[in-house]
Design a protein around this ligand. Structure first.
Ligand code: DX5
Ligand code: ZN
Length: 222
C-alpha cells in the first residue's frame, strides 16, 4: 500500500476552509486532517463541531478528525453527527480511553487513539483491538510548524504490538520530505502534514500544494 497523505487544515486559511479543502484535494490529498483544540488539553484553541459539520460537505475524500480535547466523551456524538470518518482521541485525555473508543465506534466513526511524544507505545497495547488507527505525535500537540521529534522506535514497537490487525499508523507533526522516509520505513501508513503542504501556495495559486504533496510522496518512495 502506498502512503496516505493527510494535509492538516491547521495550516490553511481559516477564513476560506471550503476552497482550501477543494484546492488541496484537487492537488492530490488522500485525506483531510482536522485539528480540534480546546485550550485545556493543549495550549491552543481552534474550532468545534459546528465548523467541522460546515466543512464536511467540501470534503470528498476522508475526514480525519483529531481531537485534542479533554474530556472527550461529552462531544463524541456531536463530532459523529458532524460527519467525522476517523475520530481520534488522545490516550492522555482521560482515565477511560477504552470506554471512549467503544463510544466512538458505537457513534458510527472509525476510532483512533493518539499518543503524545512522552507516552510509550505500551500505553495503547490494551486498546489496539478497538481502533482502526493509532496516531503517533511527532511534536507536542497544539501548534503547526514545530520541529519533528523522532518517534521511529515507537512506531516499530507499535507495528509489533499491532501484529496482523487492520490498524493504520498515522504520524502527526513535523512531516517533510526529509523526515518522512525513516518513519515510513518503520511502519507508518498515514502522514499528516500541515505547514509542509500549504507553504508557498494559496487557493488562487494551489499548484505548490500539489508539488509539496508530491515531494513527500517521492521522498518516501525513493
Ligand atoms: C499539531 C497538530 C498537527 C499539525 C501538524 O498539534 O495535531 O496536525 O497541524 O502541523 P505540521 O505538519 O506543520 O507540523
Ligand atoms: Zn493533528
Amino acid at each position: 500500500m502506498s502512503v496516505i497523505i493527510a494535509p492538516s487544515i491547521l495550516s490553511a486559511d481559516f477564513a476560506d476552509f471550503g476552497r482550501e479543502i477543494q484546492a488541496v484535494e484537487a492537488q492530490g490529498a488522500d485525506w483531510v486532517h482536522v485539528d480540534v483544540m480546546d485550550g485545556h488539553f493543549v495550549p491552543n484553541l481552534t474550532f468545534g463541531p459546528p465548523l467541522v459539520k460546515a466543512i464536511r460537505r467540501h470534503i470528498h475524500t476522508v475526514m480525519d478528525v483529531h481531537l485534542m480535547i479533554a474530556p472527550v466523551d461529552p462531544y463524541i456524538d456531536a463530532f459523529a453527527e458532524a460527519g467525522a470518518d476517523y475520530l481520534t482521541a488522545h490516550v492522555e485525555a482521560g482515565p477511560h480511553i477504552h470506554r471512549t473508543l467503544q463510544a466512538i465506534r458505537a457513534a458510527g466513526c472509525k476510532p483512533g487513539v493518539a499518543l503524545n511524544p512522552g507516552t510509550p507505545a505500551s500505553a495503547v497495547a490494551e486498546v489496539l483491538g478497538l481502533v482502526d488507527l493509532v496516531c503517533v505525535m511527532t511534536v507536542n500537540p497544539g501548534f503547526g510548524g514545530q520541529s519533528y521529534i523522532d518517534m521511529t522506535a515507537k512506531v516499530a514497537e507499535l507495528r509489533r504490538l499491532i501484529g496482523d490487525r487492520p490498524v493504520l499508523i498515522e504520524i502527526d507533526g513535523g512531516m517533510t520530505p526529509a523526515t518522512a522516509p525513516a518513519i515510513v520505513r518503520a511502519g507508518a501508513d498515514v502522514l499528516v502534514a500541515g505547514s509542509a503542504v500549504f507553504k508557498g501556495g494559496s487557493v488562487d495559486n494551489p499548484a505548490p500544494y500539489g508539488a509539496n504533496i508530491r515531494a513527500i510522496r517521492d521522498a518516501v518512495a525513493g
